[in-house]
Design a protein around this ligand. Structure first.
Ligand code: PGA
Length: 261
């Protein structure tokens, strides 16, 4: 099992270090569950300083695909690795401009414009550079209501992960229904399991040499985690809001640990 916390654009470096320390205090020193925190770029260095010798791994929320050069504002795989990152979230729906909360002005969504092609480039550079990717896929509410969940996800996987050959790294794919992200409406556990098993199936065709593992993301919390994590095909969770509280995130890890045994 892997439990990853996506802190999104929350917490200053100082607040992040406090949270990381709270998490270290709340978690058993060792365990079979892989625990990852993904703070903002500016917090990576100080947080790595406090978790480097612990069981918690560090992840970034995004990465750029070129190695170096005139790409103002971007951050490379090598830069992330050099500050302790071993994981990277790629193609999160928020980076794709597919936001779960409908009140955000539509006219501004174009600024979050990761296309499937961009997601593919990021995924390939992460794998080539030794960062374990957490690739996010998922449907919006409209797509779901139109019965397009499978076709949308298949198209995302086809465009960004078809042919991925990654013998040295697992490839985590997070099924994150957009309508469940940050909304409190968690996906029904049976449905999350069904879609996860379908993703695993599709990936066996698209990338038979990849070591694919499935996460669920979208309103996971301390109460619903065990129900989701115990379902077939779900190997962990990508947690947003609930990862900002040490006690809640630790409870999710504990739930994973109990199921993993
Ligand atoms: P949430 O976010 O847990 O706050 O819904 C999950 C995510 O965006 O990865």
């Amino acid at each position: 099992m892997l439990i990853a916390g996506n802190w999104k654009m929350n917490l200053t470096p100082k607040e992040g270090v406090q949270l990381a320390e709270g998490l270290l205090a709340a978690l058993p020193k060792e365990g079979a569950t892989e625990v990852v925190v993904c703070p903002s770029f500016v917090s990576l260095v100080p947080i790595w300083a406090s978790i480097a010798s612990s069981r918690i791994s560090l992840g970034a929320q995004d990465v750029f695909w070129e190695e170096r050069g005139a790409f103002t504002g971007e951050i490379s795989v090598e830069m992330l690795r050099s500050v302790g990152c071993s994981y990277c979230i790629i193609g999160h729906s928020e980076r794709r401009g597919r936001l779960g909360k409908s009140e955000y002005p539509r006219s501004r969504l174009a600024y979050f414009s990761d296309s499937d092609e961009v997601v593919r480039l990021k995924l390939q550079s992460a794998l080539a550079g030794g960062l374990t990717p957490i690739l996010c896929v998922g449907e919006t509410l409209d797509e779901r209501d139109a019965g397009e969940t499978h076709s949308v996800i298949e198209a995302q996987l086809n465009a960004s992960a078809h042919g991925v050959d990654a013998p040295e790294s697992p490839l985590y794919i997070a099924y994150e229904p957009v309508w469940a992200i940050g909304t409190g409406s968690v996906c029904d556990a049976e449905e999350a399991s069904r879609v996860s098993l379908h993703i695993a199936d599709v990936m066996r065709t698209y990338a038979p040499n990849a070591d694919v593992r499935l996460l669920y993301g979208g309103s996971v919390n301390a109460e619903n985690a065990a129900g989701l994590l115990s379902k077939a095909g779900i190997n962990g969770a990508l947690v947003g809001g609930a990862s900002l509280k040490a006690k809640d995130f630790a409870a999710i890890v504990t739930a994973a640990e109990a199921i993993g045994e």
